[in-house]
Design a protein around this ligand. Structure first.
Ligand code: 13P
Length: 259
């Protein structure tokens, strides 16, 4: 059933409250949009708290970003949203936010590409890191452009996260998955141990993506390495005394060579 413009306005206000309550945005951070059936886009206005929007704050623009009705000026990031709609006919909603853990990864220059969690490989494949572009300029849209056809959520270096889906609830769900996965990844780093899925397990998950109707064709590149490659490195476990033995015999061998 096609939603009315009023229903889409309510949805954006609701998702704005959710991202705000989850702490994914502070102050005026983030922006949200929905592609309407006529090709126009309903978006959040610039400089507004996503936690306190009302339906009349939202703005309808055309596919080029020209304001068609409503009072306020559209988000300064509208070009990024329009580019995603242009490159992905399957996408009807975009959520951009700054969730602290995932944004920390983006600021550290660390992509979320490792095959650590089956559900994430299944749903998103991996979350690559697009290079930095000044917010609100074509530079940002250009930086994310190569990734849009192949992934449904991206880290934007020194900035935040953008996620998109067939509807606004799916787009928001992907944003939640990114932040949740970033927290899990950080936990493995704190524990000092990452046990990656094997190549075989990753391959099975990639096949299962089709069964779940996930059609985004994952592209395996330098920036987003084949997730299974990350699991192909064998891991070994040593006791402390075994490690000391190895170091001592290496040092002894070094001394023998010196004399
Ligand atoms: P807008 O208020 O213009 O949507 O910008 C917010 C933001 O998060 C920019 O990255």
């Amino acid at each position: 059933m096609n939603k009315t413009l009023e229903q889409h306005r309510k949805d954006i206000v609701e998702i704005g409250r959710r991202v705000y309550r989850l702490g994914f945005v502070a102050a005026y951070d983030g922006n949200i949009s929905v592609r309407l059936p006529d090709g126009n886009v309903l978006a959040t206005p610039t400089a507004i708290s996503k936690g306190y929007m009302s339906e009349e704050d939202l703005v309808v623009v055309d596919a080029e970003g020209n304001k068609l009705e409503d009072e306020r000026k559209a988000s300064s990031e509208i070009a990024m949203h329009l580019l995603i709609y242009q490159l992905r006919p399957d996408i009807h909603a975009v959520v951009h936010a700054h969730p602290p853990c995932a944004t920390g990864y983006a600021a550290a220059g660390v992509p979320l590409t490792k095959a650590l969690i089956s559900e994430v490989v299944l749903s998103l494949g991996c979350i690559p890191l697009a290079k930095y572009g000044t917010p609100g300029t074509p530079e940002l849209a250009e930086a994310i452009k190569p990734y849009i056809p192949h992934y449904d959520a991206l880290l934007m270096a020194n900035h935040g996260v953008v996620a998109y889906g067939a509807d606004i609830y799916q787009a928001h769900g992907k944003m939640e998955t990114v932040e949740h996965f970033a927290r899990i990844s950080l936990t493995t780093r704190i524990l000092g141990k990452e046990t990656l899925l094997s190549s075989e397990d990753v391959d099975k998950l990639l096949v299962a993506r089709e069964r779940y109707g996930i059609k985004t064709p994952l592209k395996i590149t330098e920036a987003c390495p084949r997730v299974s490659d990350a699991g192909s490195e064998p891991t070994i476990t040593l006791t402390k005394s075994q490690l000391v033995d190895i170091i001592q015999s290496a040092l002894a061998e070094l001394q023998i060579k010196r004399h």
